[in-house]
Design a protein around this ligand. Sequence first.
Ligand SMILES: C[S@@+](CC[C@H](N)C(=O)[O-])C[C@H]1O[C@@H](n2cnc3c(N)ncnc32)[C@H](O)[C@@H]1O
Length: 216
Amino acid sequence: MKTYLCLKNVQKKALPEEFQSDDVRYPEELVEHFLSEFTCSGDFVLDPFMGYGTTLIVAERLKRVAFGVEFEERRWRYVQSILRHPDRALLGDSTRLDAVQLPDLDFSITSPPYMGAHHKENPFTAYATEGYGYGQYLETIKSIYVQLNRKLKPSGHAVIEVSNLKHEDGTTTTLAWDIAREVSDVLRFLGEVVVTWDDTYGYGYDHSYCLVFAKR
Ligand SMILES: C[S@@+](CC[C@H](N)C(=O)[O-])C[C@H]1O[C@@H](n2cnc3c(N)ncnc32)[C@H](O)[C@@H]1O
């Protein structure tokens, strides 16, 4: 496994205008890299935080069978409208992944909704409700991967793309490292792939971590 990648943070396709101010997509190239590394044609893939469907779009192109779960109805409808297999884009809540009907999975890749250590809103309701704090956020991430682990084949892998968060007051939330620690209780941590981004989001966000796990 190569442990660094240099990618351009560019999108092949613009989002519809209503979503353009909140474009949280990772680039297709990132998904292409990991699907090629960990999956074969026909393999089953899950993105538990589907967003605008990048994982599913690339998976369709590479002939993988990918499912995605998205909490926000407008995003889910958009993804359904652009896929060849819209039935694989699911409206739902990944904190309750056990309730989602899925085949046994070969692979998962995602970028989760972020939370800073001092933030108040709940990332798992698209920031629409009050949260229960950073400790509970990390517990919830772990619980999602406990549920995902039950659906993963013995040979399965999971990748989480995430950054540490730099705050305006000069502090940092070590989000990537904290998620790595939590999910390591469930899956075997194989290590991180550092991705450097051209056309960055700004200071602190010229790189991110792809945390790579295998089924225990
Ligand atoms: C960082 S974005 C993912 C972007 C995606 N990788 C892409 O390229 O479009 C995280 C997504 O998780 C969704 N989300 C948040 N809480 C969720 C939950 N409980 N279940 C499923 N999706 C959720 C958010 O609405 C958001 O679209």
